[in-house]
Design a protein around this ligand. Sequence first.
Ligand SMILES: [Zn+2]
Ligand SMILES: [Zn+2]
Length: 148
Amino acid sequence: MKKAAVEISETELNQRLARTGLRPTPQRQHVYEVLREKKNHPTAEEVFIRAKKGMPEISMATVYNCLDALVSCGLVRQVDQGRAATRYCSNMQAHHHFYCDECGGAYDIDLLPNAPKPYVPIPRGFQPARYEITIRGLCPDCANARRK
Ligand SMILES: [Zn+2]
Ligand SMILES: [Zn+2]
């Protein structure tokens, strides 16, 4: 599997947007920075709160528009957890997610570098392109709190 560039420069972000037919805007730039700053899978609401700190005039609608743009150009991916609000992940390297049942947190779980594929038995005829395994349980903090 090819490793994605970990840090993406400003020009690269703009090129990616342009390739997808999207205009680079200071808002898109800012929202992307917000996501890269703290990679804890924030919801759109949380991105909005953080984005407002550096750009007080930004609206919720603009944040949604920026997130959509970043998802369509492949710099950010959506993490869906059933009924919970969609979260946004800016780690574009192949990874899985661990969801905490207690606090609702989403954590990145790296792939084992040499894990045998397929990780799960794939029925005949299916052609897997990506693997995204969901693991649920307790994060270290919640597991500790429960032990007390
Ligand atoms: Zn937790
Ligand atoms: Zn992630």
